[in-house]
Design a protein around this ligand. Sequence first.
Ligand code: 4PL
Length: 246
Amino acid sequence: MKRFEGRVAIVTGAAQGIGKAVALRLGQEGALVVAADINGKGAEATAKEIGGKSIGVATDIGDPASVTALHKAAVDKGGKLDVTVNVAAIVPFTPWDQLTFEEWRRIMRVNVDGLYLMCRASSDLMRKGGYGRIVNFCSNSIFAGTPNMAHYVASKGAVLSFTRALATELGGHKITVNSIAPGLTDTEGVQQTNHKNAFDFVEMLQAIKGRGTPADIVPAVAFLASEEAHWVTGQCLAVDAGMVRW
Ligand code: 4PL
């Protein structure tokens, strides 16, 4: 399928994991992808793998000036913005007894403030084009109350409810806003934390057995980012082999 021919898409967290897989798919389906990541070299490597006019941009989504520069780069290269997929987030492993206010703020700065800054800038551009698809990354941990990440779980609860509210704000401009809630997924990021030891536990709760990978998450993202998903907004779709149901 070539659902993104002529479309300009920003994907954050695009240097690795789910973000990289999403960026590659949108690129394969014809999008000019602006791959953004705190790891600028990794973002550029993803863009190079896509080829064409796609570019990589070093971005700290928690920094207003950095988010402004990212959106300027998208317009300079593509002339407009059609799709933003907000994958970038910090995924911590912090037992409650070690959870300081400083660590709480570190996660909120990126996972919540960063999402606000991205949606603020992206929606302002999409309104000019009279079209837009925003896909945010929630997590099924908000339903499971997953241990060792209370600040992360709180931040993803904000993603769920902010997505609902933003859908209302932007519906009149033909912009949809939805979220995806993956379960534990086998990525470079997860492999760097003790979350990697939880795969057997989550598999026990899944309706379909196996270990989730980025490739399992991508098709749902591509659907919500596509033109034909125009009648779906404000929703959260769990993509976790049926671990949680709502
Ligand atoms: C069930 O989003 O949803 C671990 C780490 N376990 O980041 C997550 C579950 C993790 C999750 C998540």
